[in-house]
Design a protein around this ligand. Structure first.
Ligand SMILES: C[S@@+](CC[C@H](N)C(=O)[O-])C[C@H]1O[C@@H](n2cnc3c(N)ncnc32)[C@H](O)[C@@H]1O
Length: 319
């Protein structure tokens, strides 16, 4: 199938299918991407073309074909400590601020949701950071047992890879300094792979979740990371998502976005805060006063003012 040109009808059908299923907007000019990612599935299933493939997916009660299509057409680019300055800001300013609010609340569990976790580098980065901070007594006396870390994604095979916590030689070195690798990973016997420490792997709960669905089923969170996923949604879908996330954040909870993302147009729900030199979004409990200025768009100067916070610890404490 890769050798023939897709019809406009096929492209439109696939684009509509993805937008309806998971909110992802695939550009009109992405025929090559659709073709290259779906043709192996067309071949495997014996479908005549993409119209036939989507018809089969809709008729499949097991949803397996649907899952394969979703996995194939979503972008899973991720790496360790992605946007390192934001992680430094998280360690130095955002987490301490959240822990202070949590302590004042009297609640038993500090809950974090990593809302589009891809193959796991983001939640495991967080787990490593939290483990190190807890063991150094730098998280307000919290212990890992008091912290719940939920990681979700809509793509099932991607989520399976995340839960397995094993990475090949290329994946492991993307953004991960040796000090972290040596402390939290071990080589998998007989292969060119690295496995995250079992104690850390077990601290993250992986669950399939479509960000188009109602998140109230997941409970409320002190902190939500929703990074580099809303960029794939149309503006109206993006706004609906951030309105839903607002309902699932604790009062004064924080939202962390990707380095190129912002919450323009949602100043009634979130207040922009610069913590440790990076932008975070604080849940507003009451609508903002009329005339309140919308959050600024992150830019090289506004979003990341100098001086920069100190870098992440080069040598995490050994236990
Ligand atoms: C580019 S990755 C970002 C991973 C990570 N957050 C990061 O910043 O490195 C985007 C992820 O969003 C997931 N995704 C796309 N649409 C989604 C939806 N509707 N619900 C949940 N996850 C979704 C994809 O499967 C993919 O793993």
């Amino acid at each position: 199938m890769a050798s023939r040109t897709l019809s406009a009808q096929e492209i439109l059908l696939v684009r509509n299918y993805m937008a309806e299923a998971i909110g992802v907007s695939i550009g009109e000019n992405k025929a090559y991407l659709i073709d290259s990612r779906l043709s192996p599935i067309v071949t495997d299933t014996g479908a005549r073309d993409l119209l036939d493939l989507i018809a089969k997916a809709k008729a499949d009660p097991t949803r397996r074909l649907h899952d394969r299509i979703v996995d194939a057409l979503t972008t899973h680019e991720t790496f360790w400590f992605r946007d390192e300055r934001a992680w430094t800001a998280l360690r130095e300013a955002a987490l301490p601020s959240l822990v202070t609010a949590f302590r004042a609340s009297g609640r038993a569990k500090f809950r974090i949701w990593c809302a589009a976790c891809s193959t796991g580098q983001e939640p495991y980065t967080l787990a490593m950071l939290i483990d190190t901070l807890c063991s150094e007594g730098r998280l307000g006396g919290l212990t890992p047992a008091q912290i719940e870390l939920l990681a979700t994604d809509v793509a099932p095979d991607t989520l399976k890879a995340a839960a397995a916590g094993q990475y090949n030689a290329i994946e492991i070195q993307r953004g991960l300094a040796d000090v972290w690798k040596n402390k939290y990973f071990a080589p998998v016997p007989g292969g060119d792979r690295w496995a995250i420490a079992e104690s850390l792997r077990r601290r993250v709960t992986f669950k399939r979740f479509n960000l188009q669905d109602d998140p109230s089923t997941l409970g409320r969170f002190d902190f939500i990371l929703c990074r580099n996923v809303a960029i794939y949604f149309e503006e109206s879908v993006r706004h609906q998502l951030f309105r839903r996330l607002h309902t699932t954040l604790q009062p004064d909870g924080l939202l962390m976005l990707g380095g190129s993302e912002s919450l323009l147009g949602l100043a009634d729900l979130y207040a922009t805060e610069t913590l440790g030199g990076s932008l975070f979004y604080r849940r507003r409990s009451a609508p903002a006063a009329p005339g309140v200025k919308p959050p600024a768009t992150p830019s090289a100067t506004a979003a990341r003012p100098l001086p920069a916070p100190s870098p992440l610890p080069s040598v995490p404490g050994r236990r």
